[in-house]
Design a protein around this ligand. Structure first.
Ligand code: GRF
Length: 195
């Protein structure tokens, strides 16, 4: 299809959600195309995966910049050189400056491994188990200045099963993440959701 929305993905690690987005975007009728993958860690495994799919990659180190604002400005400059209109955070383990979030507002989304607003922050699977929850899941949401706080676009639920460890639970949630994120990006790219 013509008129696919150009999307950049930000990662810090293995990039399995990134891969799910790249693979979804290969479908001829998918309304977005991945124009670049950026990482704050040059060693992020996902950068190699992206390159193996023929996608442009870039990384910058915070140590090369005087402060967070300068780093984030350089990041925006890179994303705009790629022509990105939408940005997906996929395991991007960095606090974003208010200026970055404001620049991309309504065009910047994240996937978080919990049923937000429950369990913002890190180590969600272990915390869900420790609390004795019977249900867990993941959320794709618009990014706002507050960590894991923006409006939800889509959620998927999984049961917490007897004998679960943080790893088995994370694996069950991850299967849903890989389905949910492409679906949420599709809706954003089509203009079906906005913020
Ligand atoms: C995922 O669990 C995602 O929800 C969270 O960070 C993890 C990234 O994993 N934000 P991957 O790099 O996509 O494999």
């Amino acid at each position: 299809m013509t008129g696919k929305r150009p999307v950049a993905i930000l990662i810090s690690g293995r990039g399995s959600n990134m891969t799910a987005l790249i693979e979804a975007a290969q479908a001829p009728d998918y309304p977005a195309r991945i124009v670049g993958v950026f990482s704050n860690r040059a060693a992020a495994q996902g950068l190699q995966t992206a390159a193996s799919h023929g996608i442009a990659t870039a990384s910058l180190a915070q140590s090369a910049f005087p402060d967070r604002d300068a780093f984030d400005q350089a990041m925006t400059a890179q994303l705009e050189r790629w022509g990105a209109e939408l940005v997906c955070l996929a395991g991007f383990m960095r606090i974003l400056s208010p200026a970055f979030v404001s620049h991309w507002q309504g065009r910047l989304i994240n996937i978080h491994p919990s049923l937000l607003p429950a369990y913002k922050g890190l180590d969600t699977h272990a915390r869900v188990l420790a609390a004795g929850e019977t249900e867990h899941g993941c959320t794709v949401h618009f990014v706002t200045p507050g960590l894991d706080e923006g409006p939800a676009i889509a959620q998927a639920r999984v049961p917490v099963l007897p004998g679960d460890t943080a790893d088995t639970l994370a694996a069950r949630v991850l299967v849903e993440e890989h389905r949910l994120y492409p679906e949420a990006l599709r809706r954003l790219a089509l203009g079906d959701v906005s913020f």
